[in-house]
Design a protein around this ligand. Structure first.
Ligand SMILES: Cc1ncc(COP(=O)(O)O)c(C=O)c1O
Length: 446
């Protein structure tokens, strides 16, 4: 249905600052017309600056969620704004039938950072996952096998407690049943391995596996890093059985852990690395990074995308990577992450419902013995954005530009939130994700 609003009045409505007491018609529109896929907080966020976000009443929030790991540079970074303005006036989209000025240089930079050889650009994390699964199935077939002939090497291994996205391929390798089962049957041939359990990994790996997918640090699952022993065994078994090791670094990659990629703490590399979230500083862009051996099986027409790798998104991504290097943000991630972890550990001694703190750089999970949701609401009331995952784990994903003063501001606010939130006891069967002790210890050291 056509709206009766002129362009001018609709823009004015979008930017309107409303007093807190007045009902907001935009919320009513959202309630009535959006598919109810999210339980959104009842606020309209209008803009951000650095590590802060503002809502339509003018209220300011310290953003320790960063658009779920997307806004690594915070909001309105001047260099990003400049590139968007410049390139939007030149070419937003050109299609993948031609080269653009930024795809090649961006691919080169990502290859430098990752140690991979070649790149495919997609629009999102889940699209990158599906692309990688297609590559694994392709590599699993003999090059001379007739197209469509069944291939023995077609199984995927994924980990318990994993999250890889929402498309069919991605939900098939996502362990959480509520994301997968309503859409069954999903892609066949997937088996889940117990997290960091070497015996289970060995029992499930054989020549019929074409790939194993691992989030180097599980994000949605509650910040669980894969152990070095598990990674090494997965690498060795993948090599032994001619399968691909696929690292999902969509949430933990591109600097979040204080390294370019989370897997760079290990001595061995995966065959495919998947990235998205912060890559284009908030514009949609994902990528599949892979080796020459994988790339050599790909030919034109096998895979593609309309929007992936457009000139605007790639120009912004190049700028994002340069900012990380030039502003020495990895150092800041490590230093701020350590400070945050120390502060949280002190809070854990004051509040006995904090069960465990798991952290790698600026990727932090605070596991509670009570429901986490009420803490998120209390934090919002007090001008702080955080998130709760898997009901009991509060997740922090602050921007890489976070300052020491902002870490202190967070810790002060968070202590009040911990003290004031009404505590709702966890249900007795609130099955905490059971992680072998070695993993828990590695996470605590992180
Ligand atoms: C580890 C991981 N993989 C994949 C995805 C899916 O990415 P996207 O939402 O961009 O499709 C996410 C998103 O949260 C993620 O955290």
């Amino acid at each position: 249905m056509m709206r009766n609003l002129s362009k001018k009045s609709s823009k004015a409505q979008m930017l309107k600052k409303l007093p807190a007491s007045k009902p907001d018609a935009r919320l009513a529109d959202a309630e009535q017309y959006l598919l109810p896929t999210y339980k959104r907080q009842p606020v309209v966020m209008t803009h951000g600056k650095g590590a802060y976000v503002f809502d339509s009443t003018g209220k300011k929030y310290l953003d320790f969620l960063g658009g779920i790991a997307v806004n690594a540079l915070g909001h309105a970074h001047p260099r990003i704004v400049k590139v968007i303005r410049r390139e939007a006036a030149r070419a937003i989209h050109l299609s993948n039938l031609y080269h653009n000025a930024f795809q090649g240089p961006l691919a080169r930079k990502l290859v430098d950072w990752s140690g991979m050889d070649r790149v495919f650009f997609a629009n999102s994390g889940t699209e990158a996952i599906d692309g990688a699964m297609k590559l694994a199935r392709l590599l699993g077939r003999h090059p001379d096998a007739p197209a469509g002939a069944p291939s023995k090497k077609h199984r995927f291994l994924a980990l318990e407690n994993s999250f890889h996205g929402r498309t069919f391929g991605a939900i098939s390798v996502t362990a959480t049943e509520k994301y997968r089962l309503p859409f069954a049957p999903v892609v066949p041939g997937v088996e889940f391995v117990r997290f960091n359990d070497l015996a289970d990994l060995e029992a499930k790996f054989d020549d019929s596996v074409c790939a194993i997918l691992i989030e180097t640090v599980q994000g949605e699952g509650g910040i669980y890093p894969v152990s070095e022993a598990f990674w090494n065994r997965a690498r060795a078994l993948a090599t032994q059985h001619g399968a691909l090791l696929i690292a999902d670094e969509i949430q933990c990659g591109l600097g979040r852990t204080g390294r370019y990629f989370a897997y760079q703490k290990f001595f061995t590399k995966p065959d495919i690395v998947l990235i998205a979230k912060p890559l284009a500083a908030g514009l949609p862009l994902g990528a599949v990074l892979t080796t020459e051996a994988v790339a050599s099986r790909v030919s034109p027409g096998m895979h593609g995308t309309t929007f992936g790798g457009g000139p605007l998104a790639c120009a912004v991504a190049l700028e994002f990577l340069s900012i990380i290097e030039e502003e020495k943000l990895l150092e800041n991630v490590r230093a701020s992450g350590a400070e945050l972890r120390e502060g949280l550990k002190k809070l854990a001694t004051k509040f006995d419902f904090i069960r465990e703190i798991r952290a790698e750089g600026l990727m932090i999970g605070i596991e509670l013995s009570v429901e986490g949701g009420p803490f998120v609401s209390e934090a919002m009331q007090r001008g702080l954005l955080i998130n709760c995952t898997h009901d009991f784990t509060l997740r922090l994903l602050p921007p890489f530009i976070i300052t020491k003063a902002q870490v202190r501001e967070f810790l002060k606010l968070f202590e009040i939130v911990l003290a004031k939130t009404p505590k709702q006891a966890a249900a007795p069967d609130s099955a905490k994700f059971a992680v072998p002790q070695a993993a828990a210890h590695a996470a605590a050291r992180g």
